[in-house]
Design a protein around this ligand. Structure first.
Ligand SMILES: Nc1nc2c(ncn2[C@@H]2O[C@H](COP(=O)(O)OP(=O)(O)OP(=O)(O)O)[C@@H](O)[C@H]2O)c(=O)[nH]1
Length: 183
């Protein structure tokens, strides 16, 4: 999507300087929790409207969705309800949703306060975290926290059952969603 910065240049997940996502990108990230390796399969979906029919088909088998907005862009925050409607329509009702406020390295240009975002997340039953993809700030924590939640849900057997998923790969999957369309 234009501008919120879901691509994470300094974590080895995405090559630096990568342009807008075309359709869907796929990557794997492995994190270790209490000595246990967790492999996360991540689909980075394009935010542009023209890719919407492709990206929607990826929500269904996701165990978790990372919804990202830009803390320096009020408009990206105001688009969140629209994205939540998409989630409600296309994702499983068991999906774990995380809201990420990105670009905290540009704090002097902040348009959305942390408190406002936290209140919104709480009301929507979402976990909230602020990151800087540019500075790799809180990015590792994001994936670690998410992996912990996935493990916990898997143990309680409440994860989305995606065994029959037609998507590439298998097992736990995370989709990035974008929060606004500035085309
Ligand atoms: N300052 C700052 N810039 C960032 C950050 N993350 C991304 N950017 C920049 O923001 C612009 C958009 O980043 P992208 O990762 O392409 O955004 P996106 O939401 O994935 O966009 P699409 O792939 O088109 O859906 C790029 O110029 C990035 O370099 C960040 O944490 N801080």
């Amino acid at each position: 999507m234009p501008g919120v910065g879901r691509n994470i240049p300094n974590q080895g997940l995405f090559p630096p300087g990568q342009g807008a996502t075309i359709g869907v990108d796929f990557m794997i990230k492995t994190v270790e929790i209490n000595g246990e390796k967790v492999k996360l399969q991540i689909w980075d979906t394009a935010g542009q409207e023209r890719f919407r029919s492709i990206t929607q088909s990826y929500y269904r088998s996701a165990n978790a969705l990372i919804l990202t907005y830009d803390i320096t862009c009020e408009e990206s925050f105001r688009c969140l309800p629209e994205w939540l409607r998409e989630i409600e329509q296309y994702a499983s009702n068991k999906v774990i949703t995380v809201l990420v406020g990105n670009k905290i390295d540009l704090a002097e240009r902040r348009e959305v306060s942390q408190q406002r975002a936290e209140e919104f997340s709480e009301a929507q039953d979402m976990y909230y975290l602020e990151t800087s993809a540019k500075e790799s700030d809180n990015v590792e924590k994001l994936f670690l926290d998410l992996a912990c939640r996935l493990i916990s849900e898997a143990r309680q057997n409440t994860l989305v059952n995606n065994v029959s998923s037609p998507l590439p790969g298998e097992g736990k999957s995370i989709s990035y969603l974008t929060c606004c369309n500035f085309n």
